[in-house]
Design a protein around this ligand. Sequence first.
Ligand code: SF4
Ligand code: SF4
Length: 55
Amino acid sequence: MAYTINEDCIACGACQPECPVDAISEGDIYVIDPDVCIDCGACADVCPVDAPQPE
Ligand code: SF4
Ligand code: SF4
């Protein structure tokens, strides 16, 4: 299991510093590395548009 960032992402960057395992990469839409994500939900808690979703 890993969170994924959906197309609602506005690339605000709020989630990236919250990730304890540095799984989130910048981009037009931010991306979570599923091999690194530990499914903690911290990114979802700070996202203004609810883009990170558990898969
Ligand atoms: Fe990082 Fe946690 Fe979000 Fe996974 S769920 S990308 S570990 S903040
Ligand atoms: Fe995208 Fe949400 Fe992360 Fe901002 S906090 S970069 S909108 S996923």
